[in-house]
Design a protein around this ligand. Structure first.
Ligand code: NDP
Length: 444
């Protein structure tokens, strides 16, 4: 049996009940086969893969808090510190009822390669809670965040582990978490990224992931003699990543005709009016359905199936495994040419393979959405230097980073004779740097 197959079997056996983690490991190991086969003896001797798939540390803790009725609620809190070979752990916090150890391990594992691809010195981590901020008052969200940080603050720091936002964790939550960290540790330091602009945040961090996804799409298109101008686009989700992907791609001359949330999707043949979406989602914290009540000519459909709308470009920016094989088949049949993942692992393995085998240019999330963590690292740099860069400067750096990532991914795929296979390219390019650092640091 090959080394990669052996490791995959071992992961499944030793991590029962963690399907998302198994899926992420399988995707990475399958595409690393070509590299591993060439170095098998050395990697086996050093147990490189055994170490790579085992988190350095998982912290899990109780998060008790009091709701507005005076009742005590209890949630689970986690931080997965996966790999610190190339820098302090870095990765977001997710607050969503679906959060469990499997989901955080898959996200932490992906984060290792993503962070490596950015070219910046950051290791892989992820954390969160099964707390659902939806429908909670500001005071309840604050009570939860304070309790969560009371425990988490023992394990993080500007030079050890620097969390950021993710699903359910935006500027409001980061503010409450930062306030509590400062109160307990007595240190005003860059321990979290995604902070508000008045207390150490970076300009463009809010926009960075979505903008980065579109910068990546633009690079792929350029390499194939194409451009976003005049293209019809579907963006799934209507959160942070989705909103700023829509903003940037619209600036580049494309038309976004559909967006979603976890209840359903809107179709607007005239092109999504982003001001309305921002008001619904960022100001009122409402449902995407309200768009159809406010914009003439648009339609709301309850449930899944947004891929039935014809598009040239599909940007999944909501959550894991949202695009399945049937969805991919429909997209291909309708002539979709590009899938660029804004979310982490939003496409199932069989859907990814089907799309790629049928001529879709597919860029995985670990490369396409790396602009968020890269700009978080730029926020860390500004915090360390006690400086703030202008929006233009941060955006220019983000743009350069995304171009570099595309180059690395494209070059790695070509080096192994798999031109346009960006899944293989991203995994190889991310893996090589981490393994070099692990080898240099000895058995640890
Ligand atoms: P937000 O919480 O801002 O938005 C998430 C969006 O996805 C919402 O529209 C939400 O709908 C929808 N969604 C969440 N869960 C589901 C579900 N189970 N089914 C259908 N829709 C769902 O999160 P972000 O925009 O920050 O994150 C989106 C994705 O991008 C995640 O995969 C995240 O890991 C990834 N990512 C985020 C980065 C960032 O900088 N924020 C960086 C890199 C990756 P609803 O409101 O109905 O829940």
């Amino acid at each position: 049996m090959s080394y990669t197959d052996e490791i995959y079997e071992r992961v499944v056996a030793q991590n029962p009940g963690e399907p998302e983690f198994h899926q992420a490991v399988k995707e990475v190991l399958d595409s690393l086969k070509v590299v591993i086969d060439r170095n098998e003896e050395e990697y086996r001797r050093l147990s490189i893969l055994e170490r790579l798939v085992e988190p350095e540390r998982i912290i899990s803790f109780r998060v008790p808090w009091v709701d507005d009725k005076g009742n005590v609620q209890v949630n689970k809190g986690y931080r997965v510190q996966f790999n610190s070979a190339i820098g302090p752990y870095k990765g977001g916090l997710r607050f969503h009822p679906s959060v469990n150890q499997s989901i955080l391990k898959f996200l932490g594992f992906e984060q290792i390669f993503k962070n490596s691809l950015t070219g910046l010195p950051i290791g892989g981590g992820k954390g969160g809670s099964n707390f659902d901020p939806k429908g909670k008052s500001d005071r309840e969200v604050m009570a939860f965040c304070q309790s969560f940080m009371t425990e988490l603050c023992k394990y993080i720091g500007a030079d050890t582990d620097v969390p950021a936002g993710d699903i359910g964790v935006g500027g409001r939550e980061i503010g409450y978490l930062f306030g509590q960290y400062k109160r307990i540790r007595g240190q005003y330091e860059g321990v979290l990224t995604g902070k508000g602009l008045t207390f150490g945040g970076s300009l463009i961090r809010t926009q960075a992931t979505g903008y980065g996804v579109v910068y990546m799409l633009n690079e792929i298109m350029k390499a194939h003699g194409d451009s976003p101008e005049g293209k019809t686009v579907i963006v799934t989700g209507s959160g942070n990543v989705a909103i700023y992907a829509v903003e940037k791609i619209t600036q580049l001359g494309a038309k976004v005709v559909a967006m979603t949330d976890s209840n359903g999707y809107i179709y607007d043949p005239n092109g999504i009016n982003l001001d309305v979406v921002k008001d619904i989602k960022e100001v009122k914290r409402g449902r995407i359905k309200e768009y159809a009540d406010r914009v003439e000519g648009s339609v709301y459909t309850e449930g899944r199936g947004v891929w039935n709308i014809k598009c040239d470009v599909y940007l999944p920016c909501a959550t894991q495994n949202e695009l399945d094989l049937d969805g991919a088949k429909t997209l291909v049949a309708n002539g979709c040419k590009y899938i660029v993942e804004g979310a982490n692992m939003p496409t199932t393995l069989d859907a990814t393979n089907y799309a790629m085998e049928n001529g879709v240019l597919f860029m995985p999330g670990k490369a396409a959405n790396a602009g968020g963590v890269a700009t978080s690292a730029l926020e860390m740099s500004q915090n360390s230097m006690r400086l703030s860069w202008s929006a233009e400067e941060v955006d220019a750096r983000l743009h350069t980073i995304m171009k570099d990532i595309f180059k690395k991914v494209d070059e790695a795929a070509k080096r192994y004779d798999m031109e346009d296979n960006y899944v293989v390219g991203a995994n190889i390019a991310g893996f090589e740097k981490v393994v070099d650092a692990m080898k240099a640091q000895g058995i640890c």
